[in-house]
Design a binder for this molecule. Structure first.
Ligand SMILES: [Zn+2]
Length: 134
């Protein structure tokens, strides 16, 4: 991967249209917690791109979290994220769902993952609970 000379100007891979440094980076580095379920979802999408298993585990609810997460380089490339629908998940909510489509390419073939993810907030932090893939 080519090094970006000015990484702070880089657009966020979650397709928010915002700069990475002002979007998902603070969540991924632990500088600040995701304020909404959708923000957490976006940061987890970035974590999948970066194969940041530690972040994914940290933001996974303990009741559904796998013990380990292997994110080996299987050639899968994430191409884009689109959030379709949200319910709850706001700064004053304690739960919420986010429906999204993530596009990817693997082995020269394009695919899409459509999921409705459930999130809960405990002690001010959002966690991924589980998801329904359709
Ligand atoms: Zn982002």
């Amino acid at each position: 991967m080519a090094k970006n000379p000015n990484p702070s100007a880089e657009l966020c891979p979650c397709d928010s249209g915002r700069r990475f440094s002002a979007c998902c980076a603070p969540c991924l580095t632990g500088a600040s917690a995701a304020p909404t379920a959708a923000a957490l979802m976006r940061s987890r999408y970035c974590a999948y791109i970066r194969r940041d298993a530690a972040y994914l585990l940290r933001t996974w609810h303990p009741s559904t979290r796998p013990e380990t997460l292997e994110l080996e380089d299987d050639g899968l490339r994430w191409l884009g994220l689109k959030i379709l629908k949200q319910s709850g998940g706001g700064v004053d909510d304690s739960s919420g769902t986010v429906e999204f489509v993530a596009r990817y390419k693997v082995g020269g073939k394009a695919g899409r993952m459509h999921e409705i993810s459930r999130f809960v907030r405990e002690d001010g932090a959002w966690y991924y609970m589980d998801g329904e893939v359709s």
